[in-house]
Design a protein around this ligand. Sequence first.
Ligand code: SF4
Ligand code: SF4
Length: 321
Amino acid sequence: MVQTAKEIVQITIRRQDPEVDNNKPYYQDYNVEVEDWFTVLDALIKIREQMDGTLSLRCACRASICGSCAMRVNGQAKLVCKTKLTSVLKDNKVTVEPVGNMPVITDLTADFKPFWDKMHAVDPYLKPEEEAPEAEYIAPNEDMVHLVGVMNCIMCGACVSDCTVLEVKDNFLGPAALAKAYRFVADPRDDTETERLENLVEDGGIWDCTRCMQCVEVCPKDVDPMDRIMAMRANSLKKKMNKGYGARHANAFTSLIKSSGILNETLLILKTKGFFNIIELIKLLPLAIAAQLAGKRPPFLSHSIKNKDKLKNIFKKLEKK
Ligand code: SF4
Ligand code: SF4
């Protein structure tokens, strides 16, 4: 019989009960005897089954297929059935909390309604211009390969939990829904790429992402939501969808570098906000004053780099490509 090592570890769990103490969250420590093959989920189930039957958590397949058990482990979203306990222990301790950016129902169980509402905002079916063929619609393999990763999404919500924009902007569609949007935007069998992108460039869409990479970091299925968002941004720019601050910022950034090789941050702001957008420019005054006082105000005029022509050649090659 295989012998496994046993040890006692401290698992700190964020508890919350809507029926007790005004639903105020608190942290509870459990000293649990675990074995070296335990996942975080194994330890949580042991607590619930042998130590404290009041602990609430959600799980199902225990094989990282169903996406039910996303939680924050030491502050970062993970599928706890896929996370070996030994990999997250620090001084034999670990903290487990419910996913972020979603309301907590009880303890480690979150209400996924905001997640599903955003997933439902993306039309989940192909829209071909012509009638769908009677037989199977076979797309060339090379056109589908890049979609395989995004189709692996198990809708666990880990990316949404740790998205830094969703912490401050409720109407952002978020990484999971945008990855799903890409799945249809980039499908060769769908003929509504322009229509879909026109919706996605609106407020709350692709330009709200700050490229913090959290969604890439925490996704247990390597869906890479941020890269999908960047691909849709590039497609929207190719289609000259230039309205909105996001697109204007990207275009201004490129044109400034192209013309002088130096990023003039003052011009970047003015080009992004619009030279005559007085209201937006007035809103920036406190920032400009603070920067001036701190000696950090970027210069109004900047010089060009030497060998500007070489840079222009790079742009030419890129544009040709
Ligand atoms: S993109 Fe990744 S992290 Fe986000 S819901 Fe899908 S599988 Fe989970
Ligand atoms: S990269 Fe964008 S979508 Fe992903 S977590 Fe950061 S802000 Fe959210």
